[in-house]
Design a protein. Structure first.
Length: 144
């Protein structure tokens, strides 16, 4: 029986996978990071985790509130540069250096979603890139 299942799995017709577009702005490419800024497959865009860094690559100062604001601005910029918007976000994952800052992060985060609230997960970590307090990744769609 197992050999029949394995044979069926090996002889199943191959599905053609949708092509992916790997997105990196020129300024992002200069940082030589080991990941893409975003990946688009059909009309879905998957953003890598964004932190509250400025165009210089340095983290904005001031803690969780300014970092969350800058993180959301970074997300907005990437989405808009690639034909989407904050209104098209369907899922976010929020990572916090200290889960006790969840309430402050959430209050700032909500300002960016006046029309809808995407599905969301949040969890505490033991550390984030550049010593950030928050990192947010998201999935959005591009209207065709």
């Amino acid at each position: 029986m197992l050999s029949a299942i394995l044979l069926a799995a090996c002889t199943a017709p191959e599905k053609e996978l949708p092509s992916a577009t790997y997105i990196e702005t020129e300024e992002f490419s200069k940082r030589n990071l080991p990941f893409s800024q975003a990946v688009q497959i059909e009309n879905i865009i998957y953003l890598s985790g964004q932190i509250g860094d400025l165009e210089t690559g340095e983290l904005i100062e001031g803690g969780i509130i300014p970092e969350t604001n800058q993180t959301m601005m970074n997300i907005k910029k990437v989405l808009e540069e690639n034909g989407s918007s904050m209104d098209n976000i369907i899922k976010c994952t929020c990572m916090l250096a200290d889960i006790a800052e969840w309430g402050q992060m959430s209050a700032e985060y909500l300002k960016y979603f006046p029309n809808h609230k995407p599905a969301r997960s949040a969890f505490g970590t033991t550390g984030l890139a550049l010593g950030a307090r928050v990192e947010i990744e998201c999935i959005a769609y591009i209207e065709k």
